[in-house]
Design a binder for this molecule. Sequence first.
Ligand code: DQQ
Length: 542
Amino acid sequence: NVMLVWQRTAFHFQPQENWMNDPNGPMYYKGWYHLFYQYNPESALWGNITWGHAVSRDLVHWFYLPLAMVPDQWYDANGVWTGSATLMPDGRIAMVYTGSTTQSVQVQNLAFPADPDDPLLIRWNKSESNPVIFPPPWVGPTDFRDPTTAWYVPTESAWRLAIGAKDSEHNGIALLYQTKDFITYELLPGFLHAVNGTGMWECVDFYPVSTGSALGLDTSTGPGPRVKYVLKASLDEKKQDYYAIGTYDGEEGTWTPDEPEMDVGIGLRYDYGKFYASKTFYDPVKERRVLWGWTAETDSEWADLLKGWASLQTIPRTVLYDDETKSNLIQWPVDEVESLRSSKQEFSNIKLSTGSVVPLDVTQATQVDIEAEFEIDLSALEQSVEADVGYNCSTSGGAAGRGALGPFGLLVLADQDLKEQTAVYFYLRRGTDGGLSTFFCQDEMRSSLANDIVKRVYGSSVPVLDGESLTVRILVDHSVIESFAQGGRACVTSRVYPTRAVYGGARAFLFNNATDASMTAKSLKIWQMDSAFLHPYSIGPD
Ligand code: DQQ
């Protein structure tokens, strides 16, 4: 549809048409990165769930492949739902996924490549032993799905994987299974972990992270002195991905969070915006762990049907343990994205007095990568700035809610007259003890003049260490804005639908809406981004 064509992205993964949701079975195999995804081949709305498939050499340029699996068996007739890939040391691949049966019971199934010599893994066979796991009797038939990648346990000569569930008391649960052949499984006693009152855990992810090194770890690394474990659950009721960092006891088959008050579902999130059903994989080539996440539309179903497509995958992010704060992960767009950077504009030492908006001389800011560094004039802090305890990105008035020390930051996908703008900003607040804390937020409330769009202010507090300036990286791609504060300690993704701030009409501004402090944009770099030009396989990857 020509009317909405500018909403398509230029360097994010999205199918040629129709509906997509969760990333599935990401992996690296024989020279190619593989991404499978929940897909409706027939419509821009959820349904007929099938596995779409695409491959890439660099996680940026993708080739669309034929559908990998379709709902053609009694055990997945209501959908080939989310699953994960396990690569075995001998090169075999086990793809374990959830099928929704003819009776809508959630069972787990096994699939494997029809031709392991094909690096593109185009054809998949479903196991004759399917289904391989049924829900335990005390778990509801529709509360049992999304198996993780398995990890090898040498002492048991067996593999383990986790599956999300909820119990009759509304507690979110990760169940632990053990298998030697991916066909017969034993449910281990107890849970890998459970958190009261968090509801159904979808798309559980479980993986080791290294402390004291910037390398990712293979999923089978196993507990050790410099290893922590991340447990992630996608909360069905909140549609948010929560994680926590903790310790895995392989003998007990349990995971424990480092800080109980920051447990899964009540503590940290990967992304405070539109980001869900994410999944990591270990990339042996670059020795890194890479996170994929689904970002849905926030316009109406009517608009999605009109434009004929819905949903994106966010830019793949490397995930590391934050050795400085020791309390969170760090997420950062994979390096390969920088290969799309073309012309660069640089600005430095732009002073932002209180209440100012400064236009940036950027011709077209619709497909850009931005890095900005801010400094706050601390002299204002000597004066008695009142304590400002209740700040909350979502409820404190967004970019328009003025405080002594914020908000300040950038306006992106903004038109010349600022009728449309998305604010990416910091807000500092003074606590009753006089200490400062920093919030990182994204305000969509004025992102579009169109009707029928869900607009919110998203964000969270973000750790800032002594002597650090405030930094943000923003990826802008037509209808998506992905922002990373303080090197990736906090992230926010927004879907926005400008009508004026499109192509040549899209500008960027700096702003400072604080009442008491001036800011300096110490350095600002804006790169135009090339398109990644996703190709159908018929053109041929070689
Ligand atoms: N999406 C899949 C389920 C999963 C949900 C179905 C999460 O397997 O729980 O499309 O978005």
